[in-house]
Design a protein around this ligand. Sequence first.
Ligand SMILES: [Zn+2]
Length: 259
Amino acid sequence: MHDQGIGREDVGGGGDVGDGGGVGDAAEIGDVAEADLRTRRGVFRAVAFRDPVDGNEHLALVRGEVAGRAGVLVRMHSECMTGDIFGATRCECGDQLNASLDAIVREGGGVLVYLRGHEGRGIGLVAKVRTHVLQDQGLDTVDSATAIGLPVDTRDYGPAARVLRHLGVGSVRLLSNNPAKVSALESYGIDVAARVPLLAPVNDDNIRYLTAKRDRLGHDLPQLDAAVNGAAVNGGAVNGAAVNGAALNGARMDAGEAR
Ligand SMILES: [Zn+2]
């Protein structure tokens, strides 16, 4: 009898998700419009919003019921026109976008937040293409930015946190290979219960890019080791072993890493 009351009070006192679901949310994400979006993967709820802080229009694609649930599968995807739309192979963005949506569909619920203003880790499309010239001359993804006086990464994940709160999502499993994204999202008050790897297949076009992301930007990309050993250069990783059911269910999750 005693413990029951105490438990209830404790939960009530820390109930961020439930308490944040009402007043103030619409103001937090600015102008917002929602509609069902029928796609070749089925129906998503499309939540478009103009973020009041960065001024960009972003889109959250929502599958299933996510409000109030713990450990919702979430991808914060930085826009990459060349990779996402045109299937460029010099980066793995398009593969990750498709694998994220597939994973969310398999899970039966989740959110993909498509973040505008993130081209080239924030330098913009023209500058990104300019770095491609330097990359074709041998510089990597980091040096090709700094060589023309641009920052390596200016991305802000505040808009993603704000739309997740708007959706009633306070606890996520984050589809990413980037530990810095975990801490960035947590700094905005979203609990990241786990990080779910999203390992795109390695090929001749992207291996230098992926290697630089691993060695210079701290991404966790174990498929590179397999590629060096000749095991994974077959394009099967996204649909195969790397982003499989075990990984999505958290088997590869490292709680220490996720923090
Ligand atoms: Zn890209």
